[in-house]
Each structure stands twice: as C-alpha cells, then as structure tokens.
Design a protein around this ligand. Structure first.
Ligand SMILES: Nc1ncnc2c1ncn2[C@@H]1O[C@H](COP(=O)(O)OP(=O)(O)O[C@H]2O[C@H](CO)[C@@H](O)[C@H](O)[C@H]2O)[C@@H](O)[C@H]1O
Length: 479
C-alpha cells in the first residue's frame, strides 16, 4: 500500500508535542512492514533543514484566494528517517522558525494543504491512502472530494486521525474563500456552529476517522468541545487506535540524549536501579534538588487541559501537608500565567523544587530516566505518550484516570498494576496521588518490583500499526 501522511509536525524535523512523535514513528513502522509511507509537511526553518540534504522534486504555482504563490516540494535525500520525507516550501508563509502561533496560521496551513493536493494532482499514479492528522490538515478530505481542481483525487481513501479534539482550528466562514473553488452545495460540510471548523469538516468528509485511544473516542461522544453530536452521528466510521512509542528513540539502553562525558548512564531492566540513580544524581545536581528524596516531575504543555494550572497549589499543599519529603521538577512552556506562577514558587524551594520553562528535548529524556514519578493530572488526554515513555524508563506514572491514561496505566493497588491513578483533576486528588508516591518510595522493595513490571510492558507500534493497516483496507474496500 502507498500511504501519504500529511501533518504539521514530524519528529525530528519539527515537533511541538505528541503529534510530532506519532508522525515521526508510525510511517517508519509501516515502511518496515513493506508499505510505502511518505510524510509531507511544511518546510519550517528548523535545525533539521540546515543539517540535511534535499532534492527539489516539484515546483508549482497556485493560489490562496487572490494571492498567487509559488511552492516547492523538496525530498530528504537519504531516507534516513525510515520513510520518504517531503517538505513544502511556500515563501512568506511557511518559512518561519516556529510551527504555530502566528496571526496568519489559517492562511499558512490552508496554503500548505492546497500546495499538497495541487502537487498530488500532478502525480502519474495515485496513492492508496491520504492520512491527515489534526485540524491543520483536516480540510484535505473535503478538498479532494469537492474542489473542482482536485477531482482526480476523489477516489483516494482519506483517513483523519484526531490527536487532540480540543483544537479544531475554527475561524470565520469568510475564510472559506481561501479554499479553491468548491461545490457550493457542500457549504454545510465546512460549517460547524456558525464557523469554518476544519476538524469538524474532516470528521464529516474523511472516509475513516480515528482517535489515538479507544477511551478517548468514548469520551468525545459526551465531551469534545462542541463536537459531541457529530461524533455520535459519525460513530460508524470512527475507531480508537492506541498510539505506540518509537522504541528506538525511547530506549534507556541506547538513548542518544543520555550521555555524560565518559560515564555510562544508559541502563536496561537488569541495571535499572543503578542507571536511574546515576541519571537522578545528574538531574538533581544540575537543578539543585535532593537525590535522597523521591523526585516527582511533570513534562508538557502548561495549559489547563494538562491540569498544569493546578501544579503550583498542589506543590505548595504537598509541602505543607505531606512535609518536605519529596522534590518537584517541572519542564514545560505554555500559558504565561502558569509559567509565571511556577517560576514564582521557586522562592519556596529548600533544594526540593525547580522548574525549567521552555522546550528542551534532551532535558525531557534525562527526566524520564532520572525521575522516580511523573505526574499527569490531565483534564483531557487523548492518548498521552509521556506515561508510556516513563514506563519504559522505569518511572512510575501518577495519572488522572482519563482517555489514553485510562487505557495504559493500571494502579499498583490492582492486579498486575504499576502506576498511581486518581479520578479527578483537583488539588485534593492530585495531592493524594503525591502522598501515595511518597509512601511507595519508602517501600523500596515494592518499588523495585513495580519498576521491573513497568519496564517489561510493550507499548511498541507493533499492534497499532497493524490496526491502521486493517483500517486502511476497510476504507478502501468498504466495511
Ligand atoms: N517542554 C517540553 N520539553 C521537551 N519535551 C516536551 C515538552 N513538552 C512536551 N514535550 C514532549 O512532547 C510530547 C508530549 O506528548 P503527549 O502525547 O503527552 O501530548 P500532546 O498534548 O502534545 O499530544 C497530543 O497528541 C498525542 C499524540 O497522538 C497524544 O498522545 C496526546 O494525548 C495529545 O494531547 C512528549 O514527547 C513530551 O516529552
């Protein structure tokens, strides 16, 4: 099968979160099973671009309403990522350092999608599947079906994966003029709740829709930022497929970020205790924390969906009610008020709290390796990768029982369990989770046993990749 993934992110080219991880891994595993998997993404000005060699494969000229633009498609020369990588360059729109966050993001991602389909129309052959990811690429299923210029592509099966349904890309209906001439009778497919809603449009127009865990699909039917009735209506074509993790990138025995001049800080299941101690010592030394106390961490976007707004109060209350028995370390960036509060409470630290505000891939790997616990108090968690990375690195996930966290973490109090689960994204529930972490840390023998159990778990792409292939087959042949 030939599968074209269209995405705004792909690790290691450009990543802002879990979307990048998934699009950097899934095609690789599809390729390993003998399929042709291609990734098409915008050509941002990232380090990857400067550090690698590319060939120009296509040049085109098209338009975004009355703005005509040239675009260029370049292909990474060596296929070093394990799949064919294509980057779309549009001068003045995509040639920026950051992925998101510009005033003209609607125009940028619409132009990107137009360039992708315009290029595909010129192909001599047709791929079997166009797989789009999240709202930035979710207009493509509509465009190939109803834009007059792209009719040649209308029989290609389209699949939309929802990595996070909270972000839908809504904008004014006036922006529909940006989409090249389309069947006016289909206007209703673009509109949801009075706005142009690319995610809702993708859910309606894609041949199949997936969410990144089965539980999240269930949850979306009663809580999905306004899309509930749509998910209920379209449930026949939706399925939940749990993400896997890239076990080559995320392996404590070979992790390229775990390097310390001349000291081997890698570890596997047989050397986990010692290996984690060494990484913890490095982390604690660097950030002025106490390696004798449990190290409880958080990595992620500092937004309400991740429960990050609760962290400052939880940390303060934990110190007050449980005592200074633990360290906290937070890595993240997001809403300025949460960043500010987390930085503000650094004044409370007695060598047991610190934070790094920003995005740092290498530091995140050191945290998975060196921490004892990772906190995920998410209000919404479509799948969550942090807990799966943590499990592979022998770090106990302390999670709210929701979405993909429900599907991947069993409380250590239950049969064959290994994590700590709590039910509500509240300060009380989280603080109780922290208290249980501190208690568990004091029972070192049990913690060792749990660590062994966690590190044996298999969250590789193996199963999920087959589920996607099966879904593609059903999309192509009906069913
Ligand atoms: N400041 C920082 N520095 C370094 N690394 C950082 C970082 N902040 C986050 N990361 C990294 O970004 C990734 C986060 O992935 P998640 O899947 O947990 O969340 P995200 O909400 O981005 O993804 C969405 O898509 C994914 C993929 O489908 C779903 O798992 C998830 O539930 C959904 O919300 C991890 O690799 C993490 O280490």
């Amino acid at each position: 099968m030939e599968i074209i993934h269209v995405s705004a992110e792909c690790y290691p080219v450009a990543k802002a979160g879990g979307l990048g991880d998934v699009v950097g891994a899934l095609p690789k595993y599809q390729h390993d099973l003998g399929h042709v998997a291609k990734v098409v993404m915008p050509m941002y000005r990232t380090k990857f671009l400067a550090a690698n060699e590319f060939d120009v494969v296509h040049k085109g000229y098209t338009h975004l309403h009355n703005y005509w633009f040239n675009y260029t498609i370049i292909k990474e020369r060596t296929n070093k990522l394990g799949f064919d990588l294509y980057l779309v360059d549009i001068f003045g729109l995509l040639d920026r350092e950051k992925i998101y966050g510009y005033d003209d993001d609607v125009e940028r991602f619409t132009a990107f999608q137009i360039a992708v389909v315009d290029w595909m129309v010129s192909w001599a052959h047709q791929p079997d599947i166009i797989h789009v990811h999240d709202h930035h690429t979710a207009l493509i299923p509509f465009m190939v079906k109803y834009c007059f210029a792209y009719q040649k592509l209308q029989n290609i099966a389209t699949v939309l994966t929802i990595h996070n349904g909270q972000y839908q890309g809504q904008t004014g209906m006036d922006k529909t003029v940006l989409i090249p001439a389309w069947d006016p009778w289909k206007r209703g497919l673009l509109e949801w709740a009075g706005a142009l809603n690319p995610l809702a449009c993708g859910i309606r127009c894609a041949w199949k829709v997936t969410t990144v865990s089965p539980t999240y699909l269930e949850e979306m039917r009663y809580s999905s930022a306004g899309l509930e009735p749509l998910l209920e209506y379209e449930k026949g074509k939706c399925s939940g497929i749990l993400n896997g993790i890239d076990t080559v990138v995320w392996n404590p025995a070979t992790d390229r970020y775990l390097v310390e001049d001349h000291t081997d800080v890698h570890y596997d299941i047989t050397t986990a205790e010692e290996g984690k101690q060494k990484n913890k010592a490095r982390l604690c030394q660097k950030y002025n924390l106490d390696p004798k106390k449990p190290l409880i961490t958080f990595i992620g976007r500092l937004v309400g969906d991740k429960g990050a707004d609760l962290l400052p109060q939880v940390i303060e209350e934990s110190f007050y009610y449980i005592g200074r028995k633990m360290n906290f370390f937070i890595l993240g960036s997001g809403l300025p008020e949460i960043e500010g509060r987390l930085q503000g409470i650094r004044g409370l630290s007695r060598g047991d709290y610190n934070t790094y505000i920003g995005y740092d891939e290498a530091l995140s790997h050191l945290i998975y390796a060196g921490a004892d616990f990772i906190l995920m108090p998410s209000r919404v968690e479509p799948c969550g990768l942090n807990q799966m990375y943590a499990l592979r690195y022998g770090t106990v996930p302390v999670v709210r029982n929701t979405g993909g966290l429900h599907d991947t973490v069993i409380d250590y109090g239950d049969k064959d369990g290994y994590g700590i689960r709590f039910n509500h994204a509240t300060v009380g529930d989280m603080t109780h989770g922290i208290w249980r972490s501190v208690e568990l840390f004091q029972q070192q023998e049990m913690l060792r046993e749990i660590r062994q159990r966690m590190m044996q778990l298999d969250f590789s792409w193996e199963t999920s990749v087959r589920a996607y292939l099966d879904l593609y087959d059903r999309a192509r042949h009906g069913g």
